[in-house]
Each structure stands twice: as C-alpha cells, then as structure tokens.
Design a protein. Structure first.
Length: 347
C-alpha cells in the first residue's frame, strides 16, 4: 500500500462535471486530485457518444462529446489537477481529524479534507455476451468499445446491438470496412431516428447486411475466431465469417462501494441539498447525475451549476473563518493570475 497522498480535495469521476469541478475549485485556490474507473478522461461523453453532437452546452451551438472533454481539459490546465485513472474508489473512512481516507482498487490512498462525488450514474461496466470460448478473443477480435477505429479498416466486421452505439459504428464503418453486418434480436432499434433511417437505406442498397437473431455459438481455428453462429427468429442457424466482432449491449452502471459509505441514498442516487450540494455527511458533496433532489434534471449544464455551488460551499467548509468573496473572471486580477491570462489579451 502506497503512503496516502494528502490534498485539499478529491473528485471521484472524470466526466464533464468532474472536470468542471476542478475549474471551480481552482478559482477558489483549492487543489484537487481526480479518480476515475475508466482508462481515460471523459466519462459518458467518451464512453457513450464521443463523436455524437451535443447541442445544449451554453454558448456552444454544437460540439461532440470528445470536443467538449477536450475544451474542459484545456480550461482546467492552469490548475494542474492530477488524474488517477483505471481505478475505482473502494473505501472511504472519516478520520479523527475530520479528513477522509480514501482507498482505491490499485492500492492508492488519499487523505483529503473534502470529497466530490461526480461519478455519473456509477462505475460503467460493459454488458457482456455470455458465450463459451468468447472471452479468449476479447480485445483481440472481440470488442465492447472502439478505441482505435482505424484498426477495422478493410476488415469484415459484425456489429451486435440495437442502440445508438451499434448503429453509429455500423454507419461509420460503411465504406471503410470490407463488409459490415449488423445483428439485432428484433427489427426495432433504440437509436436516433435519423440513424435508423440511414441504416435502413444502406441495408436496402446492400451496403450493410442486417440479420435479426442472436449469437449462439462460435468457431475458431489456430487461436483465431473465424465464424459466429447466429440463430434467427425462425430457428435457422447461419455461420458467418468475420475478422472482428463489436458488441454493443450497453453499459451497466454500478453504484458499487459508494452505497456502503453511510450516505443517504434514494433510488441508487445520492441525496443532496440544493444550497450546497452536500450529502448527509459534511465535507462530502455529490454533483452531476449521481445526485438527486427535487426538480433534478440530468443535464450536463445542470451539473456545471451544481459544481459551482458545491465549490463555494466547500471553500466555506474548509475555512469557516474566511469570508468567501464572489469574484468575476472578467474583472478580478486575482482570478486572472490564477488562470494565467492578461485582462487585456485574454489569451
């Protein structure tokens, strides 16, 4: 076990709201470490819709999930937050000095004065296909998410699923892959209507092959996956050759150890007050999709608002004797210095 890292704040979750929490804390001179169970920063924006357009971020008419995360990372650069990725927070215990000792799945420890839970709907785990022998090919020929789209160029690809991710990637690889086959258990899709319309048009033209059924078996030769068996709704079995199998059955959010931290939980969400976004435990805040309160709306912009109020509340919690002044980034020399910008050039 590594000795604990001592810090003012720990943020659990590196999605858009967690990243903006870094910014709001930075303006108040509170340094933060960020922990996330995923291998890269971005949360749902990167895992679920990295290249899909987002239209409801104030003053940004349209951007992709990837662009939003990139801009947030650029915005928080002045505050030099440290990220600890690919590890889950497993324990959280309040100490005699009122600080919190946090332990992670990688045996890392943090000793922090305040905690911000920005874990979205929990730690994401891909829903997997339970098929004997399939596990041996995961991350080789079988994938539950696409990290490097270029690796599928010129390949015979089979995609399974009926949601946005499955259809988006089927459309994306059409014309790039040698062939694209989409398998879904029914001829009905839970995806954007425009994506469904494009899919059906490409199926009609023969550019995408659509099969209604389920994967029920596989064949391998010399350590490589060569065919999958698909059983149709009529019971007929087809053996399909392939190079790569992409499975998009959705992501299953797990509240995980958070449920054991003694916080008030309501329908697998953390109850907070709307003045401070503090949980039932003083010093622990919850922002974004993980929290619940009357009138809650699960929107990124709502999470930004919550992160702002939580930061001011935490500043008062950390220094109750200090008057926290509301300053504006347009006029405050102190904030200009923190951001490393000139009030004249704004570079």
């Amino acid at each position: 076990m590594h000795p604990p890292i001592e810090t003012d704040a720990v943020i659990i979750g590196a999605g858009p709201v967690g990243l903006f929490q870094v910014f709001e804390l930075g303006l108040l001179e509170i340094k933060a470490h960020v922990i996330d169970s995923l291998p890269e920063v971005g949360g749902q924006c990167i895992e679920l819709y990295p290249d899909k357009p987002i239209y409801d971020i104030p003053a940004i008419p349209v951007c992709t999930g990837r662009e939003l995360v990139g801009n947030l990372l650029k915005q928080i650069e002045p505050f030099a937050a440290q990220f600890h990725l690919n590890q889950e927070v497993s324990t959280l215990e309040k100490q005699a000095d009122e600080r919190f000792l946090i332990g992670t799945s990688q045996d890392q420890q943090f000793l922090t004065k305040v905690v911000f839970i920005a874990a979205g709907v929990g730690a994401f785990q891909a829903r997997t296909l339970n098929l004997d022998g399939l596990e041996a090919f995961v991350d080789k020929q079988v994938f539950y998410r696409v990290k490097n789209p270029e690796q599928f160029t010129g390949k015979h690809i089979i995609i399974c699923g009926g949601g946005d991710s499955a259809l988006d990637w089927a459309l994306h690889f059409t014309g790039q892959a040698a062939s694209v086959t989409l398998i879904h258990r029914r001829d009905d899709f839970k995806a954007a209507p425009q994506s469904v319309a494009k899919l059906r048009a490409l199926c009609s033209s023969g550019e995408i092959k659509l099969l209604i059924g389920q994967i029920t078996g596989l064949e391998a030769s010399h350590g490589e996956l060569t065919h999958i068996a698909v059983t149709g709704i009529d019971g007929e079995v087809q053996m399909l050759p392939l190079d790569s199998l992409l499975l998009f059955y959705g992501l299953s959010p797990k509240l995980g150890p958070i449920a054991d931290w003694g916080l008030d939980i309501d329908r697998k969400q953390i109850a907070v007050d709307t003045a401070h976004f503090q949980t039932s435990t003083p010093g622990i805040y919850a922002v974004g999709d993980i929290n619940i309160y009357p009138g809650k709306k699960k929107l990124i912009l709502s999470g930004f608002h919550e992160a702002t109020l939580a930061a001011f509340s935490a500043a008062a919690y950390l220094a109750p004797e200090k008057q926290i002044q509301l300053q504006y980034t347009t006029t405050s020399p102190k904030l200009h210095k923190a951001l490393g910008v000139s009030p004249l050039t704004f570079e």
